[in-house]
Design a protein around this ligand. Sequence first.
Ligand code: BGC
Length: 367
Amino acid sequence: MRKLLTKAVAAGAVFALALSASACSAERVGQDGGASAKGFALNSLVGVALPSQTSENWVLAGDLFTNGLLAAGFNADVQYAGAATSVADQQGQISAMVSRGAKVIVIGATDAAQLTAQVKQAKESGAVVIAYDRLITNSAEVDYYIAYDNLKVGQLQGQALLEGMKARKSTGPWTIELFSGSPDDTNSEVFFSGAMSVLKPLIDRGEVIVGSGQVDIAQTAIQGWKAKNAERRMDSLLTSTYSSGKPLHGVLSPNDTLARAVLASVKGAGKPLPVVTGQDSEAESVKSIMAGEQYSTINKDTRELVAETINMVKTLREGGKPAVNDTSSYNNGTKVIPTFLLPPRIVTKANAATAYSLDPKLFPLTR
Ligand code: BGC
């Protein structure tokens, strides 16, 4: 992940890391590093191994990959890990893609650290490995990483949380709670670092107070990105910290699934709704934002991410090296992975209608 993930986490240096990470742009800056395939025939097999469908972006990605790869002339094998045995499922799916002779394997990791053997196997067979959305750790054989700028996602969430709270109560201190994503997803720590790079200076000055005192990522993590785990944690925070009527002004939530779980918990307790952030522009959350409940989400258009990934595959087919725009930020514990980052967009009630029309996941909704 960004700047030596594992070491940074071990040293508790995530905030410094977030601040020192170089700004990225979605502009292509070159073709530094990274593998090139020797070129391969159209109709070759391209494998896509996706995690279980923990958010709408993953649901959408599967169809986009299947259709996009077929339209580009490839043979596509797109698989999801099951919900219960997701790590073993994904390991088996990647091995099967290797056995079937896939030339490129695109992986949205279920557990970032548990694919070392499968990625090695893929490389030994001559396949190029692209980490999609989530970086794969402990594996020097990962060739490329493509994602929305995860650190920027976290920064936008932190800024939105502050703006939302200021709009309701112009001066601090504001009391908040922090939630982060699943610990087996490399993105969780990056989202959290980005958000804390914005919030921590205010926490240090006493302008923002974390009511429960739970500021460590390990205390805030929601295993498996599961709504029920987030709702349970929020229930227990409300009981332990807010039962005496202390106000809760805001909740940092890393994505929409967890944001809605937090809101459900607060509603269930009959308390006023805090400002709650999110990510993914999920249909239910955009509706909630328009209704004035969830405060913000992040638009990461899955169509663009899949299209850019398929562009990488096309370049590899031609024997070239895919363009990247970040060659310093994402060290997966073994080496810096050449990366292509896209820019995320913040969505609040002010621009939700625009984001809504941008996002194909939301087309079935009526406004
Ligand atoms: C993705 C998020 C998503 C989360 C849970 C992360 O790796 O980047 O968009 O909300 O996984 O599925």
